[in-house]
Design a protein around this ligand. Structure first.
Ligand code: ZN
Length: 189
């Protein structure tokens, strides 16, 4: 079951490794001004993370240019934007529902993770109302044939990434990783 992945250190270590690969790419590209990038991570206090893994999820990898001081934050499969919960938790708690209706499973997952009912409803509304408007979805939705059922997001999206649960969830998180980049950084991807 997908939900077991929330407690699986091996899966979280895999996500951490992917984030480090994204960070290495970002650093190799350097700053637009030609300056070198230095590590300057954002501290995070993630929720929805097993206690033993908090140390590995306590920073959002990021860089700062040595010359112009501009920030460059790499893509992430662990964090979905500025939400305090891990992206994994946001996907799994939101996925078990139909439309705006929370199912017993989504409520159970949310309760286990300590997600307030209003937070869950906010995530669910984001998937249906705002995610379809993101540059990421607009640029990629044509790849999903037949068209994905937006009213059942993110569950309907997860179903499109086939394979064993860990594999399909990992691929979905990689797919989602550019979703919260804005402006110039988003254009570069
Ligand atoms: Zn620079």
């Amino acid at each position: 079951m997908c939900h077991a992945l929330l407690q699986d250190p091996k899966f979280l270590i895999l996500l951490l490794r992917i984030d480090h690969e994204f960070a290495a790419q970002c650093r190799a590209e350097g700053c637009r001004c030609g300056g070198d990038l230095h590590r300057s991570d954002y501290p995070r206090k993630p929720r929805g993370c097993p206690p033993g893994m908090r140390g590995d999820c306590s920073s959002r990898l990021s860089f700062c240019c040595a010359v112009c001081r501009k920030r460059a934050t790499s893509l992430s499969v662990r964090f979905l934007g500025r939400r305090v919960y891990l992206g994994l938790a946001v996907v799994l708690a939101s996925a078990s529902r139909t439309g705006f209706e929370s199912t017993p499973t989504s409520v159970r997952v949310a309760t286990e993770l300590g997600v307030a009912r209003q937070t869950l409803q906010r995530w669910q509304a984001w998937w249906i109302e705002q995610f379809p408007l993101t540059p990421l979805w607009r640029a990629t939705c044509a790849r999903f044939m037949p068209p994905a059922d937006v009213a059942r997001f993110p569950g309907a999206l997860l179903e499109r990434f086939e394979g064993p649960p860990a594999h399909s969830l990992m691929r979905l998180l990689v797919f989602l990783s550019p979703v919260t980049l804005r402006g110039r950084q988003a254009e570069r991807r």
